[in-house]
Structures are given as structure tokens and as C-alpha cells.
Design a protein around this ligand. Sequence first.
Ligand code: CA
Length: 471
Amino acid sequence: MQRREFLRQLTAAAGGGQSGRNVAAGGRRPKPNIIVIVADDLGYADVGFQGLRDFETPNLDRLAASGVRFTNGYVSHPYCSPSRAGILTGRYQQRFGHEHNPPYAPHDERIGTPTDEVFLSETLRQAGYRTAAVGKWHLGDAPKFLPHNRGFDEFFGFSGGGFNYYGVSRRGAAAEFIMRNGEPVRPEEISYLTDDFTREAVNFVRRNRERPFFLYLAYNAPHSPDQAPQHYLDRVWNIEYGQRSVYAAMVTAMDDGVGRILSVLDELGLRQDTQVWFLSDNGGRRDVADNRPLRGHKGWHFEGGIRVPFVVSWPGKLAGGRTYDHPVIALDIFPTAAAAAGASTAKSRPLDGVNLLPYLEGSNRSAPHEALFWREIGGQGFAVRCGSMKLVKPAATDRIHLFDLEKDPREARDLAGERPAVVRELKELYARWNARNTAPLWTDEHAENVRKERQAVMDARRRALPLQKQK
Ligand code: CA
């Protein structure tokens, strides 16, 4: 069989396409506002619109109901920093060596998203947008890497990968701080970070109601540390086990924040003409998040690490209340937003993402991507999805797995032995994609952590066996 036909059959087998109505007529404003809201380590099943059971997210549900929910929506990496590099560049971050979380290094000018990469903020600012980043950055700590030097007119947040929600630095007050455009903010500006980020986001929208704006709102919720004020804890009092109640309170605070942003858009009459994205930067945390029915969690290339709650809402342009089932990836946000804004993108930095508008409007019914790819630790681990078939090579083991996600969304039945031709084809696709990547510019402890975690699982299984079999 020819490769093209082989791939066509795999892609067709995904049974994708959209359900529900098609497009409304064009929006009223020539340039819609763009808002990208990123949650941190949120579980696949920890939003009401994906089956949340023990607490509620009414505002995220309202957002999803007004837009298109991606049932096969992926991020380009199973943990924080590389995933964000993909979102903001529209390119697989392995193209430019951003394959690991950066160590906190405020004086190291080598560790951060390379400055010759073009961020969505730069592209939209050139198209006349006012731009702001609020929240967690995690794309480099040295000044040249910070948002206000990367196309954002304004930045309120912190540069690293996590922060105490009450504004207290883990590394001592002088080392790391909540900042506004690089300068420490006054202590009275910090109450609870999730609420503070919402306040800043709402103020930015109010100040820019008369011109097109781009807001990148990256909550660090519900990433650790587990901290929430009493009034949020009181709303999830029914959850009595472990730390999940605190996690639920943190998600509740974020959901309230999304609600406040939607409300201010409604109040200012901007809702129809604002493209709002919501997604998690990676799969849910292992300890307290709920990724069911997906396998694994943050850090893995199984679905629980990379398939996330993912929604776009643009009521003036895209009919809401729908799902879209073909695989999409967070890299698609960049070209979709740029197309909506009429912004031109840099030819020197070819985007891996696809403009989804023709697909979401229904004028193109094929799959946006022939295949999607993931890679970690310079290729020790990787994954490929083509149609409903997915190949996974975990970094922690030497095994190759093959799954049919259509029939087996939990990745429980390994088909690698039964379907060697598909394994070969997907490995070949990966090799061709990988030929355009570069080596990681820095490394982190992630590979070792994955290996330890894998060993802990195997040890636990061994302990569960009857004594005489423990050899
Ligand atoms: Ca994360």
C-alpha cells in the first residue's frame, strides 16, 4: 500500500469531524480580541464539561457551552515550560531546543525560549494589538526572556515555574518576586495569586475596550503548592479525602476568575468579538487531579499527560454548543489567532500549528493534521498519533506501545505485536518529523524522576503479590 493511502485510511479511521451547527456570519469587528487562558496541571475530568463529579466549574462550563470543545485536544508536551513554548510560538518546541523545564536562572542568558523565535504577542502587536501577559511565565528568568521583552506591552506575574499563592518566594524575598514589567510589586497588591491575576486581567480588558487586545492569562492554579483561602475551601467542604479538597478550592478560584472575565466582556459588549481559548498546559497532577478515563498523568506521553480540557469560544463567528473530534494541538492557537487578526506570520519561523477556522466553520471537513508528535529528553521518549492510532515509546522503558484510541481510549490494549506494519509506519513518520528538530538546549531532572516513578509503580505491584512469588 502506498504511504499516502495508508495514512489516509488511518486518518479517516479517526471518525472525526464536527457535530452540531455550522457557522454564524462574520463578526462585527475586523480584529477580534484574543484571550488565551491557561490552567496549570488541571485534570482531564476536572471541569464540569468533561464529567467532573465532586465539585463544580459553572463558569468554565458556560465558556465551553458558548464555543467548541475539542474532544481530542492536545498540548505539545506533558509538562509546563515546553508546552507553553509551543503555545506561544505555534511551533514544536523541539525545533528550537526548548525541551525541558528551565532551572530558575535569573542571571543565565542561555536558558529560556531563544529570542529569535517569534511569539504570538509579537505577531499580534505588529497587527495593532495591545498585549498583556498575566500569571506564570516559565520561559526564561533573565530579563531578555521576560514577557515585556517578548512582545507583551504589560506583564504582571512571576517568571518561574511555581509560586506561593500568597506571594512569598520559596527562595527568599530578594531572589524571586511577583513583578510588574520586571519590577517587584508592592505587598498590598498580593492577596491570593489566582484572584490577583483575575483582577489584573479584568483591569486590562477594561482599559483596552476601545482597541483590539491580546491577553495571555496563565494561572498557576491548580499547580502546587496547595494553598487556598478559607472561603474557597468552604465551597468544597464535601470533599473529605486528602489534598483533593484544597485542589478543588484552587480550581474553584480559577473558575470564579474565568467567570469574572466573561462577565466583564459581556458588560462591555465585547463577548461576540472576542476569541477566548481555555486549556490546561499538560495533564492533571498525579496526586490529586482526575484524568479519567485517560491513562497516566502529567509527565507522560500517555493520553493523561497530553490530552487536556481544551475549548475555543468566539460567539460572533463560531456557532457554540459543539464538539470537534479530529485531533488538534495547542500549536494551532497561534495561526488561528493570527488569521482571525489578519496578522502576517514570520516566514523564517514556519508554524507547525494549523489555522483551525476553516475546520471549525465547516468549509474544510478533513483532519487538520496528518499526524501529531511528542518528544522528550532528546528522543528517549516519544509518541505519534495518526488517525486513531497512537505509538508511545516511554522515556522510562524500552518498550514500544501501539494503541487504537477509537476502540481503546484508556490505552489498555497494546497492539504493537499484532500490527507491526502500523508500528513501522508511525516510527517512520516520527523519524521524518524528528529530522527537523534540534538537541535540547538544557536538561532538567525530569528523566530521572520518570524513571523513579516507574520503579515505584513496579515495586508496589511486586509488593501486592503473594510472598512466594516475590522473586
Ligand atoms: Ca503544568
